[in-house]
Design a protein around this ligand. Structure first.
Ligand code: ATP
Length: 266
């Protein structure tokens, strides 16, 4: 049995540290590994996300906001919306998940790539502590997403299996593709615009999971059903990906020009 302890307590990170928020987020995830909520592989996924967030300037960029508006619109239009939650999402944004579910009436389901009953229970408990009234996907993960083998394909018949719209975050490509193949609208929060998840999703959202969930809730509350229809009609997933790549590319170009004291290229 390996000893698991948090080596970098919160008080060690000075208030003035320029990357305090990011370091605290890492601490939160390390703690969640110790508690059995996040798997060690989740830390690697987080590191990949951090890298892309750096490239985006750690902010919601305009194409991400377009996607968040589309994700919000779908909550107005879907009959059975479900928010799918894994370990990383629960550790970083349990409160935001619950607030979005409360605002939209969506169901919350625990859905894990590395699934064990014990881990699913712990994540459900964390969500309940954050205020969730009901969490699916623990005892009731009894049906399988076609095309996904072993435990990772199991979902609740009342939740993801039946859903016409699934919002998920920090997910792997296989499962996103499988849900899209089932005919569901899938909005996927993923900082990497080139991941298979982002490329497969109906609505790719290149933003940090916490910023994205907050923005989706705000946009949901700002629009009505009529506006939601317009938003979805005008939405184009490929444009979101392309605009994100262009944003990163021109931001890097500008930073390089600044460094060399050059006029940025138009
Ligand atoms: P795929 O199978 O889709 O190509 P992958 O192999 O990168 O993706 P994972 O290792 O499961 O899949 O990674 C999950 C994704 O989540 C990564 O692309 C990462 O950029 C993204 N990610 C990590 N942390 C966050 C976060 N806090 N907010 C949003 N996205 C995140």
């Amino acid at each position: 049995m390996r000893e698991c302890r948090v080596v970098f307590e919160e008080w060690v990170i000075p208030e003035t540290h320029p990357r305090r928020d990011s370091l605290l987020e890492r601490e939160k995830l390390v703690e969640a590994v110790c508690e059995g909520i996040v798997v060690p592989q989740g830390l690697i996924a987080h590191g990949r996300g951090e890298c892309f967030d750096y490239l985006l300037g750690e902010q919601t960029i305009p194409p991400a906001l377009d996607a968040e508006r589309a994700a919000a619109a779908m909550f107005h239009l879907a009959k059975h919306p479900v928010i799918s939650v894994n370990g990383n999402t629960a550790a970083l944004a349990a409160k935001e998940v619950v607030e979005l579910a409360d605002a939209t009436g969506a169901l919350i389901e625990v859905n894990l790539f590395y699934r064990t009953k014990e881990r699913a229970e712990k994540i459900a408990e964390l969500l309940r502590e954050a205020g969730a009234r009901e969490v699916l996907g623990v005892d009731d993960a009894t049906v399988r997403i076609p095309g996904l083998d072993s435990m990772r394909g199991l979902v609740s018949p009342r939740g993801i299996y039946r859903a016409d719209y699934v919002l998920l975050g920090i997910e792997d490509g296989d499962r996103t593709e499988a849900l899209v193949r089932m005919g569901k609208t899938v909005a996927a929060i993923d900082l990497n615009p080139l991941s298979r998840t982002s490329l497969a999703a109906t609505i790719p959202i290149p933003d940090h999971v916490r910023r994205a969930l907050r923005n989706i809730k705000r946009e949901y509350e700002r629009m009505d059903r009529e506006e939601a229809k317009h938003v979805i009609e005008g939405f184009d997933a490929k444009r979101v990906i392309a605009a994100t790549l262009r944003y990163i590319s021109s931001r890097l170009e500008q930073l390089a020009a600044q460094m060399l004291g050059e006029q940025p290229k138009r």
